[in-house]
Ligand binder design. Structure first.
Ligand SMILES: Nc1ncnc2c1ncn2[C@@H]1O[C@H](COP(=O)(O)OP(=O)(O)OP(=O)(O)O)[C@@H](O)[C@H]1O
Ligand SMILES: [Mg+2]
Length: 424
């Protein structure tokens, strides 16, 4: 049995073909005559690999990169179609031309189905086989080019994706840092309000006694709470940035409303405005973090307090909806925005919290923009435009939903729907 052999003949330097790497052609035939005549025909054009049986052909395919093969369909031992199947499974890109003699149409069809690119009847003439092999080589290099371009494209896409991911991370980081500063600003303003009260009470007195002493102690306790709030806000944002899941949380709504009253009464925006905060008749719990709820309400209430320099009313109230919310009459329009948080389900019991004001209202051209990060109508340096974007994000996390109704001259109401439980 003749073993597999290789013959790599290089064409002369300076020849145009020499610039392109020569393709490798595998010739598989168990008859010495056709094998050798094919060798003679192609030795100047390609690197040749010769095999006299299927087994050797398969071994050669395992160890060499092959562009095309000429394969006799009728061989002793492994049949041509079997070899074809094996070659294709080792190197799917090999273009295979089958040499046929008296095969039935079915055998030829089967070879084509298994991925042969062409078939030639024996005896073949030289120009025909040259043309068939040249076409197979071309197809191979074309397919190779497509494959390599595809690989480059995939690599480029991966790179772009990484780049975008990096940009996204940088952007989110920026937004989170800005949010921390925005949210901590609330408690800090309140702390400075308490400190002012303490300073006024202390005046020039050298010693603090009795009621004054109690008042200072009480304000210091409240300051300490706000400092803890600042720390918790930054911790929550930073753990969000590190993608750490927040633990389960429960919040007593009336407690938050009491805190809100206390905080807003010392906030400079309160000014001469009338602030009404109604606690709920029942004790209601929400499955969200207390700092998140207070951030939502503080942002909405401060916006409401700041919406006009004229003294106006800000009213904050809650209502249990034991049969779910009726959204059928609500629609997006010039005076209405509805924002459903992902995962919001209108299943009772729900808590409706509303922050209403009788200020100037929001013009229809401004209303669609108010939740965009950094959108503000305040004077430069007065507002970051982050407050409502933060409210929207916190509400989404709490699986809540929000309806804003505002008309110029008629004031504004922000209505928040949150899944709730009534405490028995
Ligand atoms: N109650 C309201 N009445 C009228 N306009 C409002 C009201 N609430 C929000 N807006 C409008 O929405 C805009 C965006 O509000 P947002 O809280 O996001 O930012 P901001 O209040 O401008 O800035 P910051 O929150 O940093 O103080 C406001 O600039 C204002 O135009
Ligand atoms: Mg705001």
């Amino acid at each position: 049995m003749q073993s597999a052999s290789t013959s790599a003949t290089t064409s002369s330097a300076g020849n145009a073909r020499a610039e392109k790497p020569r393709g490798t052609l595998l010739i598989v035939d168990d008859e010495e005559g056709p094998r050798q005549s094919l060798r003679v025909v192609f030795k100047e054009d390609y690197n040749l690999l010769l095999a006299s049986n299927g087994h050797d052909a398969v071994e050669l395919a395992k160890n060499h990169k092959i562009n095309a093969a000429v394969l006799d369909i009728r061989m002793t031992g492994m049949s041509g179609t079997e070899v074809l199947e094996k070659l294709k499974s080792i190197q799917p890109s090999i273009e295979v031309i089958m040499l046929t003699a008296y095969e039935t149409v079915d055998t030829v069809r089967q070879a084509l189905r298994l991925g042969a690119c062409d078939y030639l009847n024996k005896p073949f003439d030289v120009p025909t086989i040259r043309k068939a092999v040249a076409t197979a080589m071309e197809r191979h290099s074309f397919a190779d080019e497509i494959r390599s371009n595809n690989e480059k494209l995939t690599a480029l896409q991966a790179e772009l994706h990484d780049q975008r991911l990096q940009e996204e991370i940088t952007r989110t980081r920026g937004e989170i840092y800005a949010s921390i500063i925005h949210d901590i600003n609330g408690p800090l303003t309140i702390i400075s309000g308490f400190i002012q009260i303490i300073n006024q009470r202390m005046g020039d007195s050298k010693r603090l006694e009795g009621e004054d002493m109690e008042m200072v102690k009480d304000r210091l306790r409240r300051i300490t709470r706000q400092v803890s709030n600042c720390i918790e806000i930054s911790h929550r944002y930073l753990s969000f940035m590190r993608q750490q899941p927040a633990g389960p949380a429960r919040t007593n709504v009336n407690q938050i409303l009491d805190d809100l009253r206390e905080l807003l009464n010392v906030h400079p925006s309160k000014g001469a405005n009338t602030l009404k905060i109604h606690t709920l008749a029942q004790e209601v719990e929400l499955q969200m973090n207390g700092t998140d709820l207070i951030q939502i309400l503080l942002n909405l209430a401060i916006n409401a307090l700041q919406c006009s320099p004229e003294p106006h009313l800000v009213d904050i109230a809650g209502q249990m909806l034991n049969t779910g919310a009726d959204f059928s009459h609500l629609y997006e329009g010039p005076a209405d925005r509805i924002l459903y948080g992902q995962g919001f389900s209108n299943t009772p019991p729900l808590l409706l919290l509303s922050v209403r004001d009788d200020g100037p209202g929001i013009p229809p051209d401004v209303l669609p923009k108010i939740f965009q990060p950094y959108f503000t109508t305040k004077a430069p340096g007065k507002g970051t435009g982050l407050g409502l974007a933060i409210v929207h994000r916190l509400l989404k996390e709490a699986r809540g939903c929000m309806h804003v109704h505002s008309k110029p001259g008629e004031g504004t109401s922000f209505n928040i729907y949150l899944p709730a439980t009534v405490k028995r």
